[in-house]
Design a protein around this ligand. Structure first.
Ligand code: NAP
Length: 295
């Protein structure tokens, strides 16, 4: 770790509680390798203190912070300005200090996912996409699918009302009936094939590693590839099933990596070289004990 002195700038992760997070490893490795005098620390903040912590960070001139559960929406009233995408999805995961003080809110989860998808040859433009889930991350993904020109978006969720609300929002943005809400249990009603499937529920996440959002083998026959937003375990049952049907499957670790890299780039106004992102990716695999995922 580099020397901490009176010039060291501080960035951090706002959340509550903050359990184990790999974000410090992403940002501290980047700072170290790029020679930036910056440290990144977890900042567990109770909700009643959120406003004064952000004002304090502004006073200390923290260049930026990440925001995690449960504050991605709650942080919005404390933002001086919002990036249009964050405004659309009402979720901020990155705060960037502005020249004259105050923070602008961004969402780097969706661009992080897009970079990961593109790298894996899973670009959603012109594709029929099946999105499993309608929670916070699914919302960002759904809006991303509209922006990137998916041909059709099927939103499947356990709670149908949430899928309906999300589809309605997407269709309003798209100006056409692009999104179709469905109950998760109705997945057999998907009659086409070649869908890009994006898994955005909590199902299958450590420690419930034997769970899978859709058991039915027929579903995996109908898809062209599967992206699981979960990164622990490195290979979820969802991914195993995709692969068992000869389909490409990717986990969410690169999405996590890139949302961090994009935040780092916004704070430090730099472009992180690809070689370094690969190095950070390997570091994350080591920390998670997952081994580098074969693609
Ligand atoms: P969230 O807002 O709590 O949403 C959870 C989603 O999972 C909802 O759609 C929920 O359905 C569904 N769900 C939960 N338990 C279920 C069950 N037993 N049966 C059926 N559906 C169930 O969570 P989130 O923040 O969107 O996170 C979702 C996933 O994204 C997590 O797995 C997380 O690890 C992953 N994630 C990845 C990254 C990354 O960078 N790779 C970043 C953030 C999150 P209902 O609406 O019916 O409750």
């Amino acid at each position: 770790m580099h020397k901490i002195d009176s010039h060291t700038s501080v960035c951090g992760l706002l959340g509550y509680p903050i359990g184990h997070s790999v974000s410090p490893a992403i940002h501290n490795t980047l700072a170290e390798e790029l020679g930036h005098n910056m440290v990144y620390v977890p900042l567990a903040v109770e909700e009643k203190d959120l406003g004064c912590v952000i004002a304090g960070a502004d006073g200390w001139k923290f260049p930026g912070m990440n925001v995690t559960i449960p504050y991605k929406e709650k942080v919005i009233p404390f933002c001086k300005e919002l990036d249009p995408f964050a405004e659309k999805i009402c979720a901020v995961n990155t705060l960037v200090r502005q020249e004259n003080g105050g923070y602008k809110g961004y969402n780097t989860d969706a661009p992080g996912l897009y970079r990961a998808l593109s790298e894996e040859g899973m670009d959603p433009s012109g594709q029929e996409v099946v999105l499993l889930g309608a929670g916070g991350v699914a919302k960002a993904i759904a809006v991303l699918m509209v922006e990137k020109g998916a041909k059709r978006l099927y939103i499947l969720n356990r709670t149908l009302e949430k899928a309906e609300k999300l589809a309605e929002d997407c269709n309003r943005m798209a100006g056409c009936d692009l999104a179709v809400p469905m109950a998760l249990s109705d997945h057999q009603k998907l009659t086409g094939n070649g869908y890009l499937a994006i898994q955005a529920t909590n199902i299958g996440m450590f420690p419930n590693v034997d769970d899978v959002v859709i058991e039915d083998e027929d579903f995996y026959e109908k898809i062209s590839a599967g992206f699981d937003t979960i990164y622990n375990p490195a290979e979820t049952v969802f991914m195993k099933k995709c692969r068992a049907h000869g389909k490409k499957a990717v986990n969410g670790l690169k999405m996590l990596l890139y949302q961090g890299v994009i935040a780092y780039e916004l704070w430090n106004k730099v472009s992180v070289p690809e070689k370094l992102t690969d190095q950070v990716y390997e570091r994350l695999c080591e920390i998670l004990g997952t081994g580098k995922e074969k693609m």
